[in-house]
Design a protein around this ligand. Structure first.
Ligand SMILES: Cc1cc2nc3c(=O)[nH]c(=O)nc-3n(C[C@H](O)[C@H](O)[C@H](O)COP(=O)(O)OP(=O)(O)OC[C@H]3O[C@@H](n4cnc5c(N)ncnc54)[C@H](O)[C@@H]3O)c2cc1C
Length: 318
């Protein structure tokens, strides 16, 4: 299909270049068993300090550790009052006995112990970290409409990339937003970068968010069917949080993750027949940085008439 098109379809956003009928995938070896762990801490149990520390150290964890934090509001088990809970999740390509001393060395403040961890196959670890239920059959992964802890009936998501640790006061200003009504099932997931991501040059694939990131953020707010007539209320909560985060995240462009597609960024109702390349470039640079121009070049070559299009597909210059 030509090197340029093959480059574009590996990360250049679905629905822009054609329909992929089959992939041949080169697998990466993993051990027969991996270790998945979760440690949950509330603000009263020092969660804020740990999140603050994690920001600078997680990107330096060995490549075999995938580390993330899910932040949400909960009712405290002690006094029933609302508080914030941070759940530290990791998947490690190795055994529990190897991981515990590693974490004691790299992040002793977390206090990870054997009881927080389970060994399982890598495929089971994907199920564990997606639906957070142990013992489900692996076939669950084939169900494309599976509800997860992140996605209930309706949701709005946004993303950010963080390059400098956020101050403790920055986080303190965020917690009250999670106590608002709209945030009853909101979650914010921080995913550590570093490791292998640092080794891949920004132009190797369309996906450009590589070295220089401490972590990415996914913000999700969910609501139920009966609340959908008030969906703007939840959307606006998300927009307020996004606005609050502006000083703490990447700038020029404020980078975004294309898989957490966000029609708020750039022109919401981009019209391919009337819209310009300059308008598309607003979200194009956020998702793809300087790879956007090459994506437009490939698109113009392979689909000049813009047959494959949606609100944020790559535009053709034709
Ligand atoms: C709750 C939730 C959690 C998520 N968590 C993560 C996460 O942790 N990490 C992550 O990376 N992403 C995550 N995502 C995003 C998800 O991975 C993306 O939405 C991804 O695009 C889903 O692919 P799909 O094929 O199922 O979706 P679709 O909606 O079917 O496809 C996405 C796009 O690709 C196009 N497309 C589909 N099939 C083809 C094809 N054969 N050829 C060409 N184009 C095609 C579609 O037209 C569309 O534009 C999450 C999404 C949700 C809702």
């Amino acid at each position: 299909m030509g090197e340029d098109l093959f480059w574009a379809i590996r990360g250049g956003g679905g629905g822009s270049f054609g329909i992929v009928l089959a992939w041949k995938v080169k697998l990466v070896p993993v051990p027969a068993n991996v270790t998945a762990c979760t440690v949950s801490k509330t603000l009263e149990q020092n969660a804020a300090k740990l999140v603050h520390q994690w920001q600078s150290i997680a990107r330096k964890f060995p490549k075999e550790i995938h580390s993330s934090i899910a932040i949400a509001r909960v009712n405290s088990s002690e006094d029933g009052k609302m508080t914030i809970q941070a759940s530290y999740g990791s998947v490690f390509l190795g055994s529990i006995d190897e991981l515990i001393p590693l974490m004691e060395e790299k992040f002793p403040e977390l206090g990870l112990v054997k009881e927080d961890c389970l060994e399982m196959s890598w495929a089971e670890s994907i199920l564990y970290s997606t639906v957070s239920i142990i013992g489900l059959p692996l076939e669950t992964l084939l169900n494309r409409t599976q509800k997860s802890a992140l996605s209930q009936t309706f949701f709005k998501a946004k993303s950010d990339f963080v390059k400098q640790p956020i101050s403790e006061s920055g986080f303190e200003g965020l917690w009250p937003k999670f106590y608002e009504d709209e945030a009853k099932s909101a979650v914010m997931v921080l995913v550590a970068y570093g490791g292998k991501m640092d080794e891949i040059p920004e132009t190797e694939y369309p996906y450009p968010h590589r070295a220089g990131n401490l972590y990415s953020i996914l913000y999700v707010v969910n609501w139920e069917e009966e609340e959908n007539k008030n969906s703007e209320k939840f959307m606006n909560w998300m927009r307020r949080v996004y606005s609050y985060m502006t000083p703490y995240v990447s700038k020029s462009p404020r980078e975004a993750y294309v898989n957490y597609r966000d029609l708020d960024i750039g022109t919401n109702k981009f019209n391919h027949d009337k819209g310009s390349y300059t308008e598309a470039k607003v979200w194009g640079l956020k998702y793809f940085k300087n790879n956007f121009d090459k994506l437009v070049y490939v698109k113009t070559k392979v689909d000049p008439q813009n047959f494959f299009k949606h609100e944020q597909s790559i535009p053709s210059l034709f």
